[in-house]
Design a protein around this ligand. Sequence first.
Ligand SMILES: Nc1ncnc2c1ncn2[C@@H]1O[C@H](COP(=O)(O)OP(=O)(O)OP(=O)(O)O)[C@@H](O)[C@H]1O
Length: 348
Amino acid sequence: MSSDPLVSLEGVEVHFTEENFLDFDAAETVHAVDGVSLDIEENDIVSLVGESGCGKTTLGKTAIGLQRPTGGTVAYRGEDIWAIRDGDANTDTEWADVRTSLQIIHQDPGASLNPNRRLVSILSEPLRQVNPELSRSEKRGRIYSLLERVGMNPPADFAERYPHQLSGGEKQRVALCRALLMNPDVILADEAISALDVSLRVEMMDLMLDLQDEFDTSYIFVSHDLSNARYFSVHGGGKIGVMYLGELVEIGPAEDVIDDPQHPYTNVLRWATPDLTLRETGEPPMRRIDIPDPVNPPSGCRFHTRCPKATEVCRREPPADYQHGEQTVACFREDDAHEYWESPELTD
Ligand SMILES: Nc1ncnc2c1ncn2[C@@H]1O[C@H](COP(=O)(O)OP(=O)(O)OP(=O)(O)O)[C@@H](O)[C@H]1O
């Protein structure tokens, strides 16, 4: 067995260049992800949180090989996945196997389930790919037992239904079954519970966690909702990674990040999550509420334009990653000897 992480991102950057059809010289580059390094281990859980547009989905898709990075590397078990994809790697690893190992479930499962096929046919497809040796009745047996396992009873009845005959929660369970039947190493759950009724969200997260051990998989859980990310990562013993304008500003064990946030932006997210009942004051702990444009991210620390703790040096210099216990934090405040402490406070 290799000791390499399952998936390892090193200095990953994803920039999207958008043409301006009125002025071809004025193409704009969106800095969706910048300089992110992150490891996903076996049976790991990493929840990615942050405001809309901060790059969570792009980072998740990059980690599972659905988005090619414009800079940095993404390795699967120590091998560069894009070199495998391009046939440039000196390896026996096949791109098709990498693709099978890295799965996704979306916010809208309905869109990814073929409306013209019954569930038994939708769920036979991954088995055909991964276990071609199974007979028809063995496939059916596996599908029934998994449907039963995710609470869709009686399975023989559900197996004959079409996607439009299912509720949103049932569709999401089918999407989860389909991903699991691929026998994946990692599932990217991209806002996978956000569209469900609040009462069903915890049920779905519990189901995903129960199935994690049985199927030996890791999750990258993308959510704009810190309380869901907390539930998922705390119950699964995983991490929370906080993103701001394309950068990972804090990552660590879920309880540490929630109970003892080190980055001033993590504090804002915590403040903005009423479920956490952690609001200490009526005012948000930041100087401005507007999010800067990812086409033109601020210099230095990207959060300096809103940060209540920013000093002149934050405008000038991007902070390094500092270690605070098991948390990794991109903020000068972690370094007692940094010139930050002598630098004049930003007030504009
Ligand atoms: N294919 C694309 N082409 C151009 N820009 C893109 C593309 N995909 C994403 N972006 C931009 O990249 C930035 C990050 O988007 P992303 O969807 O990763 O953020 P997010 O944190 O997942 O947001 P949300 O929670 O709203 O889904 C945004 O500014 C978005 O508009």
